[in-house]
Ligand binder design. Sequence first.
Ligand code: ATP
Length: 438
Amino acid sequence: MPAQDLDQIVNLCKRRGFVYPSGEIYGGFRSSYDYGPLGSLMLRNVKDAWVRTIVQQRDDVVLIDTAILGAPQVFEASGHLSSFSDPLVDCTVCKRRFRQDQLDERDCPQEKKGCDFTEARAFNLMFKTHAGPIEGEGATVYMRPETAQGMFVNFTNVLQTSRKRPPFGIAQVGKSFRNEITPGNFIFRTREFEQMELEFFVPPNESARWYEYWCKARKQWYIDYGIPAEMLRIREHAKAELSHYSAGTSDIEFKFPWGWGELEGIAQRTDYDLKQHAEHSRQKFEYFDQATNERYVPYVVEPAAGANRTMAAFLLAAYDEDVVNDEPRTVLRLHPRLAPFQVAVLPLSKKESLTPLAKKIYATLAARYMCDFDETQAIGRRYRRQDEIGTPFCVTVDFDSLEDDSVTIRERDTTAQSRVKIDALLTEISQRLGDSCT
Ligand code: ATP
């Protein structure tokens, strides 16, 4: 059964080295997190899985990587400087600040006593800093609040160099920054986070069709990587909720322990961004279709996902507790491609005679897969640890291995064990992982 309580995941992440509160030795730094040895592998796997589906397995999407620091002109044109804000209210009783659209009732959500809120005022979420040694208006730069603008301002560069034509997409994975009023729920909402965004440029009359296509395709991606369909839903925004640029937006939501929360937004951004940048930069952002002799500004359908939130969802959905040989265990039933390690090599004993063979096996497997090597503790406890961090297979090297050239493979999900020849080990592991990991 998936985790019912966020703390189950928060504790596991801390205990096993997935995620630590940032600057913990100084008391933590305001809802910031550091990704440890396992969390950084898993976060990378989430991003790689996205790139694999969105870029590698398609011939109509290219990947770019643009600057985090941006000139004010970019965000002036995009509308972020004037309208990228949340409604901020202060409570005059408990002195806390809240996002008005997140208050269910006029009651301070934390104190549960009659609070008194001020009128809402727009609070801009952009992080502002300055470039160079002199502070001042001319030196102001902004840290991007989304990766999307990097794709729009490079539209012509990419069109000219990539030989793509609409419908085609520009994808990017990278950090974004928002001065959130109320960060929280672990890595769900932080001020620094990673996005996985696709700007898909289409002929204007195809926008609605591609919007439907991407809503379906993106929901399926989460299912393919292990989230049960009943923990996902698509929620279409009401007209009043739409961003200033959107002709239609749907969120893919996940059933978090505290309720439904957004993993990804899919928006029909129309030609808003390209037109804004064309006007502000006085450059043309058009596509000339030689087949039809038509010149047009493409419309954009944007699936925009968050890597950290998605990682939290994968962890929550994969979390399970069961009983093996009368002993309770915690197991992360992660998709093999998302698990930090695909295989762990475990010499049965620390005795030196096993080490050279175990290291040799490790080197063979590590050439293809991310592997762990662990020779501490009793074997049972090591299996439990690998279960808890989601490793699909353990390979145990024992004293018989020195005689019969065989090792034991143990499966995470069933705990079933079988003996295989060392020569056949890589093929066997590859077959069992199937094409989920090739
Ligand atoms: P929310 O309504 O939760 O603030 P949003 O609608 O503003 O999110 P988008 O601008 O659509 O979010 O960004 C796309 C994705 O980026 C979101 O679906 C989410 O996964 C991720 N994201 C946005 N803000 C944050 C944040 N503060 N922390 C972590 N991930 C975020």
